[in-house]
Design a protein around this ligand. Structure first.
Ligand code: CU
Length: 338
């Protein structure tokens, strides 16, 4: 879980402050409710989305987002042309809940988890992009209309839409996975996506979108995550998620999960590779993540680093985790037989 802990402590404090900091005036300014992320009961499936990701409100209204996910998300509004920094930087820094956004100064919540709230007030009319600093592909639009304009939808519509989008994203890609236990889930996916006997899927997912932006379903699990091999064998992990990074981390968790550890080399095909001699020895893949979508007019991104291989030279049971999602149950083990 690396550096999320101090951050979450700060966000708990901020969320507590937030309750008292939403501006109250005598005028009828509506506070709209929306949801940040969603998940299946076992947390394996994460809906990485603003729910809904498009809303129409009046100038001087506020929107209050409540997280429904064990994974962290931010509610962030950058100014036009501002460079995206990740959540450890903020936009930079974090705002208090209830802060106003009018397009002139960025506003960002700290990383929020299930049950935490963050409200933003919109004093001027305009169309504003909303994004998450943890997940670059999680976007939407807030349309702020003049007070005299007629709004197309009421709060009940947005409650229904959030519920429908959650249902439909959770149902993507997995058919009736909900009714299977994990062995079956591994089995179903292994038939279609695991090419070799020593391969593990380190997360998988599917991108979706509305007219206002992108969202995804991400399965935060190692599929066939408990695997039995022989001494001398190499296990290969592949992240199949379109956007979400994962790690494969053995032994001591490094302070920064981003880069691979010093004992990781690169194979000729670009995959990262480490050798583990004994149970308890450490190696970390660093972020395994797909290349981002290229955009016209922007320098192309290099190929993604999505594959990690580990060769095992001695027998034993080697537990491993995803340093980003072990709190959601993303763990596994390699059983090496003599
Ligand atoms: Cu992960």
């Amino acid at each position: 879980m690396y550096s999320k802990k101090p951050m979450l402590t700060a966000s708990v404090l901020l969320a507590a402050l937030a309750v008292f900091s939403i501006p109250q005036t005598a005028e009828a300014q509506q506070i709209w409710q929306a949801t940040l992320g969603a998940q299946s009961k076992d947390m394996a499936k994460q809906v990485i989305a603003f729910l809904p990701n498009e809303m129409w409100i009046h100038a001087n209204d506020s929107i209050n987002w409540t997280s429904a996910s064990g994974d962290i998300h931010t509610v962030s509004f950058l100014i036009a042309g501002q460079k995206y920094k990740d959540f450890t930087v903020g936009c930079p820094g974090y705002s208090l809940s209830g802060t106003s956004f009018d397009g002139s100064k960025c506003v960002s919540a700290p990383p929020l988890v299930q049950g935490q709230h963050f409200a933003v007030k919109f004093p001027v009319a305009g169309n504003f992009k909303i994004l998450c600093l943890v997940h670059t592909h999680m976007t939407g639009v807030i349309h702020v209309l003049p007070a005299s304009a007629r709004l197309p939808h009421n709060q009940d519509f947005y409650y229904d839409e959030a519920a429908n989008q959650t249902r439909s994203i959770l149902a993507d890609a997995d058919h009736n996975m909900e009714h299977h236990d994990h062995d079956d889930m591994d089995h179903m996916l292994s038939e279609s996506v695991i090419p070799g006997k020593n391969s593990v899927v380190a997360g998988t997912g599917e991108m979706a979108n509305t007219a206002a932006g992108f969202q995804s379903l991400s399965v935060v699990r190692f599929l066939k995550g408990t695997i039995e091999v022989r001494v001398g064998d190499t296990v290969e992990w592949s992240n199949l998620d379109p956007a979400l990074p994962h790690t494969v981390t053995f032994g001591t968790e490094p302070g920064n999960p981003g880069p691979p550890s010093a004992n990781v080399t690169r194979d000729a095909d670009g995959a990262r590779h480490a050798t583990l001699d004994f149970v308890g020895d450490s190696t970390a893949s660093g972020f395994l993540v797909a290349a981002p979508q290229d955009q016209s007019g922007v320098p192309q991104s290099p190929p993604g680093s999505t594959v990690f291989r580990v060769t095992f030279t001695h027998p034993g049971t080697y537990p491993y985790i995803c340093a980003l999602h072990d709190n959601l149950g993303m763990v596994g083990k390699v059983i090496v037989k003599p």
